[in-house]
Design a protein around this ligand. Structure first.
Ligand SMILES: Nc1ncnc2c1ncn2[C@@H]1O[C@H](COP(=O)(O)OP(=O)(O)OP(=O)(O)O)[C@@H](O)[C@H]1O
Length: 280
């Protein structure tokens, strides 16, 4: 019997709909959190909740601590103070130490087994965690890999080596690897950087489908909010050394964005209802 199609099955029973999302406990809870790296306070006073089933950007100027926040969530960087809960657990704890429940797409994805392996084997790493398990994969694991590749439209190049893929194709493989364990939370560090406009659009659409069809909560580090506006519910913004969260309507604010990026930002609403931001 084949396993369910990931494009049709929610990974967690409580996140299948907007109504379910409203009732579910928050995916992330930060309570007066601060982080120190290399003896320097990166950000502090992080107190916010991120709703289950939402798509949230993490924004801030270079060096403000966006990647640091992701590493805190993954349990890779300790907090200096405060309390963090990720899917109800301390970072890095919970079932399988959070590995299966949280998918991570790093900045500048390179397969942990090197670029010489095939795309499908890189995705398998998201299930096995080790290239030494390749020889012992089960039929269910193979099907899960096929489903993850199909969900990101990567079936066509699944047998090519990661080193032979374009940036957009590589990003799809990275996302397939992150979702193959059917996580409830997917965290992506600048997934749109260095992609052309068409690939940006396709990756954003893919994130929208993961969120709407599978109920996955998505956190995405971004420098430019424009390509993400169609899928975003809100943003964590790192401003003046403090971490805040606001719904999208609160973030798309000229004064806030101008302060955040240190340059004058104009928010434009076209007569057709489109919204975008530009530096003026
Ligand atoms: N391994 C580390 N050891 C010490 N300090 C670090 C380490 N990694 C990052 N930092 C410092 O932490 C701060 C935040 O870095 P981080 O990479 O989180 O910022 P960012 O907002 O993601 O930056 P960018 O937009 O440039 O990617 C910076 O001052 C950086 O120098």
């Amino acid at each position: 019997m084949s396993t369910p199609d990931p494009t049709a099955t929610a990974p967690a029973a409580d996140v299948t709909s907007a109504a379910g999302a409203a009732a579910a406990p928050p995916a992330l809870v930060f309570d007066d959190v601060s982080v120190v790296r290399g003896g320097r306070l990166v950000w502090s006073e992080g107190t916010f909740e991120i709703p289950t089933g939402s798509v949230t950007a993490i924004i801030g100027s270079n060096g403000s601590g966006k990647t640091t926040m992701i590493k805190v969530i993954l349990g890779l960087v300790p907090t200096a103070s405060g309390r963090v809960r990720v899917l109800g657990h301390a970072p890095g704890e919970g079932p399988s130490s959070g590995r299966d429940d949280i998918g991570y797409v790093p900045q500048d994805y390179t397969s942990t087994a090197g670029d010489a392996i095939r795309a499908r084997d890189a995705v398998l790493l998201g299930l096995t965690g080790s290239r030494w398990a390749f020889s012992r994969i089960t039929r269910e694991q193979r099907e899960r890999v096929d489903q993850a590749l199909a969900a990101v439209d990567a079936t066509e190049f699944a047998n090519r080596r990661v080193s032979q893929l374009s940036g957009g194709q590589r990003q799809r493989v990275a996302i397939a690897q992150a979702i193959v364990s059917r996580p409830r939370l997917v965290v992506l560090d600048e997934p749109l950087a260095s992609l052309d406009l068409r690939n940006q659009r396709e990756i954003v659409d893919l994130l929208g489908r993961l969120n709407k069809d599978l109920g996955v909560t998505i956190l995405v580090v971004a420098h430019d909010l424009n390509p993400l506006l169609s899928v975003l519910d809100g943003a964590v913004y790192l401003l003046d050394g403090h971490a805040h969260h606001a719904p999208l309507s609160g973030v798309v604010d000229e004064d806030l964005l101008s302060h955040l990026y240190g340059t004058r930002i104009e928010v434009v609403r076209t007569p057709q209802g489109e919204l975008f931001m530009r530096s003026v």
